[in-house]
Design a protein around this ligand. Structure first.
Ligand SMILES: NC(=O)c1ccc[n+]([C@@H]2O[C@H](COP(=O)([O-])OP(=O)(O)OC[C@H]3O[C@@H](n4cnc5c(N)ncnc54)[C@H](O)[C@@H]3O)[C@@H](O)[C@H]2O)c1
Length: 332
């Protein structure tokens, strides 16, 4: 089997490429990545050591994709994943996240390749999320009609395009509406990957701020360990003949949810460092106070569940960062 991972030098793509290479017999894995994300050059080196080739190219342009070899399966991870970026750099996000999916799908048709898509929990409507009960969780039938950010729009539109192509060209798909994922090799920043950023800042005694909703740190999210995501995608590949053309929420779920104050406490516990947390009251129009995935469907479908808890996620981040602190410094 030959697999193409788009965004293979990103956080999810690189971990997935290495995991699948180790787990699947006789697999050939390639990546296409334009190395635009800070840290992707480091991941590129990890792939190279594992004999996974990255074709450097922009998926928003069809030419490079069209010249790649033939694949059986595409795992589509390449995107600008920061919601805030989609407010400031609309054209870039639209091209990478939506035109990119269009080009990737055309490659799938050419190769008769199936597709596993990394969509996002941000396809759900913000105003409906605001009304959510603070103990609730979001199911797949939650409202997607109202505004969801330009990022969310590109992810939802990509989902719809995948379904259209699947209908017309008979390719199989799996759409994962992924919540926060974290773990080693995530180069977190304020707008994206904040769990890894939190550990990094604690480890290095750097300043952090609670941003938005009065600056009190009460926003809640669920978090999934990257290893749990990799295990799920392996199952999705193995069972694709039987389980296909499905869409599901994927996340840490209620058990793996926390607010920023709890994240601070856990980071202090894991790193043994206490830092000053500032407060910025102003809320971005794209932020939501509460999101927790309902993962009952994916659990039932694959008999899968997140095995690693929040403490394990932060501990694994810490043990990745600590010995590599000087190398990693320029990527955070
Ligand atoms: N990490 C999360 O918590 C999370 C949550 C929900 C959904 N997702 C989705 O999962 C996917 C992977 O996210 P990630 O966290 O690994 O992000 P990432 O930024 O680490 O990885 C994305 C990779 O895509 C590459 N890329 C971006 N635009 C490109 C383009 N036009 N052409 C070629 N390569 C391009 C980047 O260089 C980067 O290496 C994304 O589609 C994202 O929307 C991630």
């Amino acid at each position: 089997m030959r697999i193409l991972i788009t965004g293979g030098c990103g956080f999810i793509g690189s971990n997935l490429a290495i995991f699948l290479k180790d787990k699947i017999k006789n697999v050939k894995i390639d990546s296409i990545d334009n190395l635009s994300r800070k840290g992707s050059k480091l991941n590129y080196k990890r792939l190279y050591k594992k004999k996974i080739k990255n074709f450097k190219g922009n998926i928003a342009k069809p030419d490079k994709l069209a010249r790649l070899p033939k694949f059986d399966l595409v795992i589509h991870c390449a995107a600008e994943p920061a919601i805030e970026a989609s407010r400031k750099k609309i054209e870039e996000v639209f091209n990478s996240n939506l035109v990119g999916t269009f080009n990737v799908l055309n490659k799938c048709i050419k190769d008769s390749a199936n597709i596993i898509y990394l969509s996002s929990s941000r396809v759900y409507s913000m105003e409906n999320l605001f009304k959510l009960n603070k103990k609730g969780s979001v199911k797949e039938n939650f409202n997607v009609e109202n505004s969801k950010s330009i990022y969310g729009f590109t992810k939802l539109s990509s989902e719809l395009l995948i379904k259209e192509y699947s209908y017309l060209h008979n390719i199989k798909y799996i759409i994962n509406r992924v919540a926060l994922v974290s773990g080693p090799w995530q180069f977190g920043k304020e707008e994206q990957g904040f769990v890894s950023l939190w550990v990094w800042r604690h480890l290095n005694l750097l300043k952090l701020s609670y941003i938005g909703f009065g600056g009190t740190g009460r926003q809640v999210r669920d978090v999934l360990h990257i290893q749990d995501l990799c295990e799920l995608i392996l199952l999705q590949i193995q069972k694709l003949k039987k389980i296909n053309n499905k869409l599901m929420n994927v996340g840490g779920g209620q058990k793996n949810s926390l607010n920023l104050i709890q994240l601070t406490k856990l980071s202090t516990h894991v790193t043994k460092n206490k830092i000053k947390i500032g407060s910025i009251k102003k809320t971005s129009p794209y932020d939501v106070p509460y999101y927790v995935s309902n993962i009952e469907y994916v659990k039932k479908l694959y008999k899968w569940r997140p095995k690693r808890d929040l403490r394990k996620i932060l501990t694994d981040l810490y043990f990745w960062m600590k010995p590599n602190i000087s190398t990693l410094r320029k990527y955070f």
